[in-house]
Design a protein around this ligand. Structure first.
Ligand SMILES: Nc1ncnc2c1ncn2[C@@H]1O[C@H](COP(=O)(O)OP(=O)(O)OP(=O)(O)O)[C@@H](O)[C@H]1O
Length: 296
């Protein structure tokens, strides 16, 4: 079953483009990544799914119900916005109890489990929390009712690396229990760790939807090396190397494919330093996808 189904969705804010002709489906139990640069249309898509804004044309459904016509579907969604704003005078626990009061179940136990998992002191006043701790309040608030669909919009901004790990473990556990996750981000590595499939959005349009396993096999890595002597291009004359740039004792290039033959060749160099980086989004857009449309 498709938990999310978006068909030919277009949203204009007055005359300015939000998203154009977006098509997406997210199946039950998936962790689906939604990735794109600033202004691409991620939040617009999410706000439409939550029924906070209405499509100019096309449709969006969650659990088979129209997002525009059925505001009650919000109760089945756990939403973590990219930025959280609260009444500063409240205590964390009071805010969380207030949020829980919108659901027809007792969320007390889950509130404390989540707060413990995220090292959040629920007895503090919100005013006294750091940005990262406020973000944790948002995480607990989004998950306390054990939603069947979790929508995350840039969820890790403001969390330190340890908390990011804890957060991802929480989301993975919710997914294991059956929750479907829609995960919007502009950080590819974050999405790569978690997701089964990913859609790329740029300038309001989906330019590609890809299984994560295919993406990892097919994407270029950026390799930089510095040798103790001059480097010649013969070391890099092999399939999978492109955009080779050499200067003195250094070389930089993109590589796709089996790394073993490359490493064997490079082992002949007297290397001072080497780095292998995952490509950033722009590189993936530029080198792997261009501007073609393709979906799986
Ligand atoms: N309320 C609004 N009024 C007018 N234009 C808007 C509004 N909200 C978004 N837009 C425009 O819609 C486009 C998509 O914006 P959106 O916020 O959905 O992108 P995003 O991918 O979430 O970006 P970011 O990563 O920066 O949050 C942008 O061109 C933006 O300027």
């Amino acid at each position: 079953m498709n938990v999310i189904e978006i068909k030919n969705l277009t949203k204009y804010y007055g005359r300015s483009r939000g998203i154009t002709d977006v098509n997406l489906r997210v199946e039950q139990g998936e962790i689906f990544g939604f990735i794109g640069p600033n202004g691409a249309g991620k939040s617009t898509t999410i706000r439409t799914l939550l029924g906070l804004i209405y499509p100019t044309s096309g449709s969006a459904t969650v659990f088979g119900k129209s997002c525009a016509a059925c505001p009650e579907i919000k109760k089945e969604i756990g939403y973590l916005p990219s930025e959280v704003f609260y009444y500063d005078n409240m205590r964390v626990i009071d805010l969380l109890r207030y949020s829980a009061s919108f659901y027809k179940k007792d969320c007390t136990k889950r509130i404390h489990e989540l707060a413990d998992a995220m090292n959040l002191d629920v007895h503090k006043k919100i005013d006294d929390l750091s940005f990262g701790n406020k973000k944790k309040v948002g995480i607990v608030q989004g998950l306390l009712h054990e939603p069947e669909l979790i929508i995350l919009d840039e969820p890790t901004s403001g969390l330190d690396p340890l908390m990011q790990q804890k957060f991802f473990a929480l989301i993975a556990a919710e997914n294991q229990k059956g929750a479907t996750v829609f995960f919007s981000s502009h950080i590819l590595s974050e999405v790569q760790k978690m997701c089964n499939r990913v859609a790329f959005i740029k300038d309001g349009r989906i330019i590609r939807t890809e299984k994560m396993s295919d993406l990892q096999e097919n994407s270029y890595k950026r390799i930089h090396l510095e040798a103790n002597g001059p480097v010649t291009s013969s070391y890099f004359a092999m399939d999978g190397v492109r955009d080779l740039k050499m200067e003195g004792n250094t070389a930089g290039f993109l590589f796709k494919g089996n790394v073993n033959p490359l490493m064997q060749k490079l082992a002949a160099l007297d290397l001072r330093n080497v780095s292998i980086e995952e490509p950033d989004l722009e590189e993936i857009f530029l080198h792997d996808y261009g501007r073609e449309d393709r979906t799986v």
